[in-house]
Design a binder for this molecule. Structure first.
Ligand code: SAM
Length: 249
């Protein structure tokens, strides 16, 4: 089956999904096991019933292409970007507890940190894993990454408790949907439709503060902090990072 192409195949896929939908009560038509052959296809297409709509819809979640991330002076440019400034200069493991499509985790690894990126949504994780595999096959990206980025599927609220010597945690929960604002890039729109809002992000932040001496949380520029009293605030043009220090001691 060809993926990522012409409208007729999308129409066929939609009617097949509708047919299966009549016989199934499951929410997704991609049943979880990721067939190896999908590893060669781009974009990754997942046919899902949208969370926020009762109607069926074709959702396209492309594997991330980190070669499009603009780093004008190479890997060293990553260090001055907000995720790396927010995480500071930890010695040891940096956990990206909300990996999503891995853009921030990529920057952290390129900046020289040892990174473990955790993603709980299985469909998003599949796209992330594919993006990492492609980056490892690209000579320049593989050199920049230096084998420092690992990805794992699971809920960071639990997995963080099982990790030792976490030096810092990066948290970027899904922002609340904006009203009447410019739409985010297509893949972020699909991510939002797949994941919805991360309503348990306070719990995640508490779990992170319990294990790491430094936790950086990405927030919309004017939103209130997820937890009171961050020790530092790093403001960017579009987002803000709230930084929490040593709450576990
Ligand atoms: C806004 S996206 C992150 C985007 C990411 N920083 C990037 O650069 O692509 C939030 C992601 O965090 C994931 N997430 C939220 N809570 C989580 C948790 N407790 N454990 C693991 N993943 C979580 C969601 O499934 C979603 O994919």
């Amino acid at each position: 089956m060809a993926f990522g192409g012409a409208a007729p195949s999308a129409r066929n896929a939609t009617s097949r999904a509708k047919e299966r939908g009549r016989n199934s009560r499951t929410r997704t038509f991609y049943s979880g096991k990721w067939p190896d052959r999908l590893g060669t296809l781009e974009p990754v297409e997942l046919l899902l019933r949208s969370r926020q709509r009762s109607a069926l819809s074709l959702m396209v979640l492309a594997a991330p292409d980190w070669s499009t991330i603009h780093l004008p002076s190479g890997p060293s440019s990553a260090r001055s970007l907000p995720p790396c400034r927010a995480v500071g200069r930890p010695e040891g493991l940096v956990v990206d507890a909300t990996a999503g499509l891995g853009g921030d985790a990529f920057l952290l690894a390129v900046a020289g940190y040892e990174v473990l990126a955790i993603e709980r949504n299985p469909h998003v994780f599949a796209a992330l894993q594919l993006g990492l595999r492609r980056a490892q096959e690209d000579a320049k990206l593989a050199r920049w990454l230096g084998g420092r980025l690992r990805v794992v599927q699971g809920d960071a609220r639990q997995l963080l408790r099982e990790l030792e010597d976490v030096a810092a945690v990066h948290v970027d929960p899904m922002f609340p949907a904006k009203k009447k604002k410019a739409l985010p890039p297509k893949n972020m729109q699909e991510l939002r439709r797949l994941v919805g809002e991360d309503l348990d992000s306070c719990e995640l932040l508490e779990a992170a503060c319990a294990v790491a001496p430094r936790v950086a949380v990405k927030r919309p520029r004017t939103a209130s902090p997820l937890l009171e009293g961050p020790e530092a605030v790093i403001r960017g043009k579009l987002v803000r990072y709230d930084v929490y220090l040593r709450r576990n001691s």
